[in-house]
Design a protein around this ligand. Structure first.
Ligand code: AMP
Ligand code: MG
Length: 340
């Protein structure tokens, strides 16, 4: 842990910068700029390292613009977004979609197939019924859930190139993958604008490239699922991405039961068994989607699917009688430093 401590302090102090604020510092031959914005319902922190101030500023400004662009296509909750407009076509949608939406949906449909539908981008009707983003704390009646289950089936949606066919009643929700996708896009934007290294952190989704200004890999903290002020572990990021899905992000409690936003398409209700899942992957879109998919699959099936895929590593946390338990892939335990 000792070797990561200075960086964790650096990350923690970065988090203290106010909304939309910016800070910069010169480090050796490079300039480091940081900025924070609010997008995708969460705080997004961007850091760029570049050879000079003008390059750093352009790279961070363009990356911030990329992050904001998700609002135009990916936020199903925003009626003006492309996703919401597609969902609003009562007779079903048939037509072309934007490059970003197509790319995100392609990843989502692939992971839906590999996870056997535990991950499903047509989950929207259930998301609307539970309405976790609307501060609802009502458990929907079983009949209403049962009625909607046939409308959650990724196999009914067809995407060929940029042409989407989505039958009547089916509605898209890319909330479990779009944030990761846009983090990847922001890093690409930084690179193409001359940054030599960069880090983007959006809620539980983090990805970086290059080395941190003082040398060595970026290091990120994994949130403790039950102690919000505390980190569970620290993980170095070598041109990779990490995402966490947890039952603590959006939830309400009723009669001692926690109802959270990660829904099992098989039952229509919150997936049971795990507390949080962290996935390490080559891209943040994959990390994001797999964290949600593994959460829904549960301990055994989720871990088995991670172990089958050499490019993925993961940490699964769960509770037994209030005690936090952990299981992880071998690659994850090699990398992570537990924070006591
Ligand atoms: P994340 O925080 O990345 O795990 O994403 C959670 C969001 O993904 C939820 O707020 C829903 O919009 C959506 N979602 C919930 N359950 C699923 C599921 N089984 N498959 C795909 N998306 C889901
Ligand atoms: Mg996700």
């Amino acid at each position: 842990m000792r070797r990561f401590l200075p960086l964790l302090i650096l990350l923690a102090s970065a988090l203290l910068i106010g909304c939309f604020s910016e800070s910069g510092e010169a480090s050796g031959d490079s300039v480091v700029l940081q900025t924070r914005l609010f997008a995708m319902d969460t705080v997004v922190d961007l850091t760029v390292v570049a050879p000079d101030e003008a390059t750093a500023r352009r790279a961070i400004d363009e990356a911030a613009r990329t992050i904001q662009s998700i609002q135009t296509w990916g936020s199903a909750d925003d009626p003006a977004s492309e996703t919401a407009r597609i969902n609003a076509v009562a007779e079903g949608y048939s037509g072309s979609v934007s490059e970003d939406l197509a790319a995100t949906l392609r990843i989502a449909l692939d992971i839906a197939a590999v996870s056997n539908g535990a991950f499903d981008p047509t989950i929207r009707p259930l998301v609307e019924l539970w309405n976790f983003s609307g501060e609802s704390s009502v458990v929907p009646p079983a009949e209403e859930l049962a009625e909607l289950l046939p409308l959650v089936d990724y196999r009914q949606v067809e995407l060929v190139g940029d042409k989407l066919i989505s039958p009547a009643g089916y509605r898209l929700d890319l909330g479990a993958v779009a944030k990761g996708y846009i983090v990847d896009q922001a890093l690409l934007t930084m690179r193409s604008n001359g940054a030599t290294a960069g880090l983007v952190s959006a809620g539980g989704d983090v990805a970086g490239f290059g080395e941190r200004p003082t040398g060595g890999a970026w290091v990120i903290g994994i949130q403790h699922p039950r102690l919000p002020e505390q980190l569970f572990g620290a993980l170095p990021l070598n041109n990779a991405a990490v995402a966490t899905s947890g039952d603590y992000e959006r939830y309400f409690e009723l009669d001692g039961v926690r109802y959270h936003h990660l829904l099992d398409p098989a039952t229509g209700s919150p997936a049971r068994g795990l507390t949080s899942v962290t996935v390490l992957a080559p891209t943040c879109a994959e990390a994001d989607a797999w964290a949600t998919a593994v959460f829904v699959l549960g301990l055994e099936a989720g871990l088995a699917l991670l172990e089958e895929q050499p490019e993925l590593e993961g940490l699964l946390l769960y509770e037994i009688e209030g005690q936090l338990q952990q299981l992880m892939t071998a690659g994850f335990s090699d990398e992570m430093e537990l924070i006591e």
